[in-house]
Ligand binder design. Structure first.
Ligand SMILES: *Cc1c(COP(=O)(O)O)cnc(C)c1O
Length: 460
């Protein structure tokens, strides 16, 4: 009896073997390639024309589909791990982490519950515990890897509000008419996004010229808004400048107020692993929750944010989903990652980082992070030495922001577009206080001083 055609996609056949070989061969070549171009986007009409119609009833076959990916679609995606990708926050997965992502996919692992994914969850938790210890959190701290800092911040703030509700209720106090979250005016846009989702108000606290939020300003906001403030967010490495708020003084201001201290370290908190910058993060150990994105400076592939609670029970209380079909999971005290954020189904996206850390050890991570911090200092020194440039702020971590004297926005835009067009580098303009500037986000260990000097030379 021949197998019915409807299992063709799942059975192990010659066709299946050929497809798997095709995909693994491509992946192997990409992972080991030393000359992947920077690449660039194409307009929608152009992609439609080049890719043609790929989805029909009969299928176009793996060879043709992969060919279209390789020759049309992939070249229309910027190579985010290129050493001269210096925009936004780059991504530079280690080879071990990127390769292990294939294993995560190949194994159909489910990372939502202990029942289904105990082994994977165990390994993820080892990474979370290691991170928590690096940040000085107590042994009971824990959490979950979520998709990104945006979801991590939202999930932490939801837990914070839940805790504030419980606290007011226990004290017999009324809930405020409007909940508020206090953060720096330079905090990441995801805090405002979380506040919109939660329908709470953001109290943006002004910062000094150096961009650092400090305890006295936070204290003033807490005095003004009282019990309506359920959380204070300190930024441990702003995305625009890499500035670390004065977390210790903020923790002092928050202590005793009843508010929750959340540290948004999506970009910068990784730099606490480096002895060169560890001191900047004093006070993180007092956080009620924090996030750091492995897909940024911990060299993991997209997409992963480590969300860690000082008291994971508070995260669980806020987020566990209850349903009849989930009773088997929620009636136990097992550690189920689904319970700690606004999600349910999840891939164990912490595993690539786990494999890479286990493979290489932590020391080389520290060195790689230190290298980026040092390089940022070096290029900032060079920019300060040159009359045609103005350093906007002295870098603390890996972000260097500077102006080309005499340039207007249109000059930066033209320059940036040309750099990409010529496949030289990907450096998008940014702005501060209404002035356009150029910004290097240095993170990739393969970015060199010469790369950066070469880019400065394109700004005559
Ligand atoms: C990148 C970033 C975020 C958002 O993280 P995503 O992973 O992009 O969702 C939040 N806060 C800071 C400080 C960031 O740098």
């Amino acid at each position: 009896m021949t197998r019915p055609n409807d299992t063709r996609m799942h059975d192990v056949t010659d066709e299946t073997r050929a497809i798997v070989d095709l995909v693994l061969d491509y992946s192997r070549a990409r992972l080991l390639s030393e000359d992947t171009p920077l690449d660039k986007p194409l307009p929608p009409a152009e992609l439609t024309r080049l890719a043609g119609r790929t989805i029909d009833e009969r299928g176009i076959g793996a060879t043709k589909a992969l060919g279209i990916f390789e020759h049309v679609l992939a070249p229309a995606c910027i190579t985010t791990d290129d050493p001269r990708y210096l925009s936004f926050i780059p991504s530079a997965p280690t080879k071990a982490a990127a390769a292990f992502d294939l294993v995560v996919s190949a194994s159909a692992l489910y990372g939502g519950s202990w029942l289904e994914g105990a082994g994977a969850v165990h390994a993820e938790n080892e990474v979370l515990r290691w991170l928590a210890a690096e940040f000085g959190l107590p042994a009971g701290a824990g959490g979950v890897f979520v998709q990104g800092g945006t979801l991590g911040n939202l999930s932490a703030l939801v837990a914070a509000r839940e805790a504030a509700r419980d606290r007011l209720e226990a004290a017999g106090a009324a809930r405020p008419d409007r909940w508020r979250v206090v953060c720096s005016v330079e905090a990441h846009s995801s805090i405002a996004s979380a506040a919109r989702v939660m329908d709470v108000e953001v109290v943006g606290v002004p910062v000094g010229d150096d961009g650092t939020l400090r305890g006295d300003a936070v204290r003033a906001a807490l005095d003004e808004h009282g019990d309506s403030v359920f959380a204070v967010v300190a930024t441990a490495g702003s995305t625009n400048f890499g500035i670390v708020d004065d977390i210790a003084s903020i923790a002092d201001a928050v202590a005793g107020s009843g508010a929750w201290l959340h540290v948004d370290g999506a970009y910068g908190l990784a730099a606490m692993l480096s002895p060169a910058s560890r001191h900047r993060f004093a006070g993180v150990e007092r956080a009620d929750s924090l996030v750091v994105d492995p897909h940024k400076w911990l060299f993991a592939p997209f997409d992963a944010c480590a969300l860690i609670y000082r008291d994971p029970d508070l995260g669980r209380r806020a987020h566990t989903q209850h349903a009849e079909y989930l009773d088997t999971l929620t009636e136990t005290s097992d550690w189920s990652p689904s319970d700690f954020a606004a999600h349910l189904t999840r891939r164990p996206r912490g595993l690539p980082l786990w494999f890479s850390l286990a493979t290489y050890g932590a020391a080389v991570y520290r060195e790689a992070i230190t290298g980026a911090v040092d390089l940022a200092q070096q290029i900032a020194d060079e920019i300060e030495r040159r009359d045609e440039f103005v350093l906007v702020r002295r870098p603390q971590l890996g972000v260097v922001v500077f102006e080309r004297v005499g340039w207007q926005k249109a000059d930066y835009d033209r320059w940036s577009a040309r750099l990409l067009d010529e496949q030289h580098a990907f450096v998008t303009p940014s702005s501060h206080a209404g002035r356009t500037n150029a910004r290097f986000a240095i993170l990739n260990p393969r970015t060199t001083y010469e790369d950066l000097i070469g880019i400065l030379a394109t700004m005559p």
